[in-house]
Design a protein around this ligand. Sequence first.
Ligand SMILES: *Cc1c(COP(=O)(O)O)cnc(C)c1O
Length: 385
Amino acid sequence: MVRHSSRIELSQSALKTNFNFIRKKVNDDTRLSAVVKANAYGHGIDQYIPMAEKCGVNHFSVASAHEAEEVLNVCSPSSSIMIMGIMYDEDLPWAIENEIEFYVFDTTRLEKILNAAKEVGKKAKIHLEVETGANRTGLIEASFKKTLTFIKKNKEHFSFEGLCTHFGGAESLSNEFKVSKQFKRFQWYYKQCKTKNLLPKFRHLASSAATFMYPESHYEMVRVGVAQYGFWPSPDIYYHHLSKEEKQYENGLKRVFTWKTDVMDIRTVKEGEFIGYGTAYQATHEMRVAVLPLGYSNGYPRAQSNRGHVLIRGKKAPIVGLINMNLFMVDVTHISNAEIGDEVVLIGRQKNNVINVASFTNSTFLLNQEMMSRLPSAIPRRIKR
Ligand SMILES: *Cc1c(COP(=O)(O)O)cnc(C)c1O
C-alpha cells in the first residue's frame, strides 16, 4: 500500500476517559448507545467500533442501513446495532435476518415489516419513534394507538425494543422551553403503551447534551454521539456542568483523534511575489514557505485560507494563500530548522502547542461534528494507546 497524504491517530486511553466520564453521568442500569453515524463522526468505523467495544460499549446507533452494514462487518457478534434513519423497504429482510434494530416512524411501514418478519422467520426489533415537537420524523398522536394495536396483534413477529424521540436542540439553554414541551409530549405516548399493556424495553430520548443536562430524560438508554469523541456539545452544556459541579474547569473529556501530515516541499518566496492561486497572498518580505500535500478535497476546509495555522516543530505556521484542492502553503520563515518530511499537526498536539477542533472551526463556522464528519474515509486511521 502506498502512503496517503495525511493520517489520523486515535487514542484508546482518551476514549476510555470519555466513556468513564459519560458513565458517571448516568445510572448503572442505563444503557449507553454509542452513536457512530457518519463514519463514527469521521473517526473511522473500522477502527472505532473495536475501540469502543474495548471500553465495554455494545450498542451502536447509526443513521442508515448502509452505515449499519459497515458496523455489522466489524462489530463483535454480541453487539447490537440500531438504525435511527433511512432504510429502504427492500432491506427489511436483511435487517431482520441480522437482528438489526430500527426506527419505525411511519405507519404504512408496519405491514411491510410484518411480511418481512414472517418471510425471514425472526422477530423484527423495532423502536417506535414518536413526534414530540422537532417535526423531523416520528409517529403522530393520531395514529399511535392504531400502531400499538397492530403490534400487539402481531406480537409474535415484533420485538418492541424501544420508544424514542429526539430533542431538537438540547445543547442550547434557550431551548429548554421547547425541550420540556417535547419531554411532556413523550410521556403521553408512554402512557398509551401502559394502557395497552405493551411496554418498550427501552425508552430513549437523550443525546450527549440531554445526557449532561436533563438526567430525568435518561430512562433505560441514552444515545451519546459527540461527547464520546471528547467534545462538549456546546458552551452552554460545558458551563452548566461547571456550575453544577462547582468547578473552575473540567478535563474529563479528551479529544480522541489527531490529524497529521508532512512537509512536502519548502521554497523561498521573494518580496512582492504571490503565493498560490490569484492574488490572495502577496509576500511583504522574503519568506520561507512550506507546501503541504492536502487540501479541501481531503477535508481541510477552504475557509481556513489565509486564516488558520498548522504546527511544525512545535511552532505555529500560519496558512498563506488559498487552500487548494490538494495543496496548501504555510509560512515557516520563523521556523528556520523546518525541513521537507517534517511532521505537521493539522489538529492535535505537538510539543507545547495544540490546535483544537474548536479553534479550527471558529474561523470556518463549521460545527465540530460537521468538520470531522467530512474527513474522507480514505484517510488511514491508526489506533494508539
Ligand atoms: C446524532 C444523533 C444523536 C447523537 O447526538 P450528539 O449530539 O452527537 O450526542 C442522538 N440521537 C439521534 C436521533 C441522532 O441523530
